[in-house]
Write a protein that binds this ligand. Structure first.
Ligand SMILES: *Cc1c(COP(=O)(O)O)cnc(C)c1O
Length: 343
């Protein structure tokens, strides 16, 4: 809801991983107790936005098995974001210790099945102490984590953003770099003041073509077709989006990755078509929309219990938690947790 506080990720897990890049190479790094950093105020990350991050989840199955969803894709995307921000390629070994070994060590912090998941936040920052604008010579790769319950509970009221822009062609929209999110806060705040939960971003040139929703990808189900804008340099290549495309196909829906315009959506609403619309991302899985406001007019989206998006949502979650068969081998099992009382 618009006035609901976002408490996602406020509780850190007791361990974190940290590795330095110095003298031209990434060091081995280590898992250590969670704690504050000691950085020079000259550290370049504070000034020029050379920061990137990732977000992924570990799940506990009903029989206490801990697995991480599609983490190799996050590793590759982190390096794609780092390349755009002129950061040195992160070796796979740092990722494997930072993410897989860390989560294994945190197996008893992963919430029990049905009680939430462990959210994992790898990130890289420029730490060299220097005020000149340059690509830094020193970096820190860190992984922190924290238990979370589900992100969005209620269907969301969305506003089509026709003024502000998230990403422009040739820019950094496809990278998970910090500045993309700082720049989105003011449009988010304005939408909230107007009574909406989030914005639907449109293209920078015409504000007519849908791109993303808040910090998620998104899609529509109209009739028996799932439509989602194609990834580009302004649309982030979401791992949940890729998974939803597969699951939509499995459900027998036609999948169209194509541009979809605000006027086409308006026409569908005005023709009385049943429109399911939803955000797609790691934090929420699928976040159903209740309504979409186009130039001040609210249109209702279909979000009754029999909506097809809920089948995709529950299938995705079922695979992630090990309740359903993982037929695409999306999960990496990191450990079998001890049997503990429900926490
Ligand atoms: C992280 C992110 C997504 C979703 O990516 P997932 O891999 O599904 O979590 C979509 N859009 C933006 C802008 C993002 O930052």
């Amino acid at each position: 809801m618009a006035d609901q506080k976002n408490t996602f990720g406020t509780q850190p897990a007791p361990l974190m991983y940290m590795a330095k890049f110095e003298a031209g190479k990434w060091q081995e790094g280590k898992i250590q107790p969670f704690g504050d950093l000691n950085l020079s105020p000259f550290a370049m990350c504070f000034h020029y936005g050379q920061t990137v991050f990732e977000g992924l989840k570990a799940f506990k199955s009903p029989d206490q098995q801990v697995s991480i969803f599609r983490h190799e894709d996050n590793y590759h995307r982190l390096n794609a974001s780092m390349e755009r921000m002129v950061m040195p390629v992160l070796p796979r070994s740092n990722w494997d210790t930072g993410v897989l070994s860390l989560v294994k060590d945190l197996k008893n912090v992963v919430p029990s099945f049905g009680y939430g998941v462990l959210y994992i936040r790898p990130f890289v920052i420029a730490t060299q102490a220097k005020l000149g604008v340059d690509a830094a010579d020193e970096y820190l790769f860190m992984v922190v984590a924290g238990p979370v319950s589900s992100y969005y509970n209620q269907p969301l009221r969305m506003k089509v953003e026709r003024h502000y822009t998230r990403a422009a062609p040739g820019g950094v929209g496809y990278a998970k770099c910090g500045g993309n999110y700082g720049g989105a806060l003011l449009p988010f705040q304005k939408a909230k003041e107007e009574g909406f939960d989030q914005v639907l971003w449109t293209d920078a040139n015409t504000h007519e073509w849908f791109e993303e929703s808040g910090t998620m990808n998104f899609g529509f189900i109209i009739g028996d077709t799932f439509i989602t804008p194609p990834v580009s340099d302004t649309i982030l290549d979401g791992i949940t989006r890729k998974s939803v495309i597969q699951l939509a196909q499995d459900l027998g829906l036609a999948v169209e990755e194509r541009g979809f315009s605000v006027s086409a959506l308006k026409t569908a609403f005005e023709a009385g078509q049943r429109v399911e619309a939803f955000g797609i991302g790691t934090a929420a899985g699928i976040a159903p929309f209740k309504s979409i406001s186009i130039d001040g007019v609210d249109y209702s989206c279909y979000h009754e219990e029999d909506a097809q998006m809920y089948k995709i949502k529950s299938t995705l979650l079922g695979i992630q938690t090990g309740e359903l068969e993982d037929k695409y081998a999306w999960n990496t099992v990191v450990s079998q947790a001890e049997l503990l009382p429900i926490s």
